[in-house]
Design a protein around this ligand. Sequence first.
Ligand code: GLU
Length: 214
Amino acid sequence: MCGIIGYLGTKSAKSYLLDGLKRMEYRGYDSSGIVIFDQQHVHLYKQEGKVQVLVDALDKMVLEGPMGIGHTRWATHGKPSDQNAHPHTDCKRQIFCVHNGVIENHLALRRDLEVQGHHFTSETDSEVIVHLIESFYQNTSLECAVRKMLPLLQGSYAIAVTSTHEPNKIVVARKESPLMIGMMEDGSHLVASDVCALLGHTKKLFFWKMKKWP
Ligand code: GLU
């Protein structure tokens, strides 16, 4: 079991993401990663090993972006490696996704996506999610693309998704894997798969039950 976290707010996302990932390490990990959006750039860092390896690598880096998502991975499909660490991204590197869970039909989905021309860069089951979103993300919003993609997934998931086209948004969804949202006093939002990543930042927590998708 791994952890996912997202921050969207008024301050720098970096410390919230790294702090949350460290707090969720007890759930198991073999690699970790974050993506942060600022006004001009997308900063994606992911690597095998403890969260501290990521923290040390980012220590001296100025990352001021107010939106980002992060992940600690416990590998189920694909070895622990930098390449297999989350976040995963689409062919154009515009959509980013972290996933907690197992996509049971990933092989069939991957085969279809490869036939359509999608290029995969990891061995994980999770990467199909971001390519599926890419295939539905045409003249629509990110949340609509995610809604269209979800019924194709068999298995369990908590996901957080971001796109450079809509940098003021994190789209989340869950089935069988936990996910909760915290609202902070300044209006910022934190989302995480474990309450320990939110405690101390907010007492206003939202849990929700999964609706059955048609
Ligand atoms: N199945 C995914 C993977 O192997 C996610 C595992 C997890 O929940 O950490 O990358």
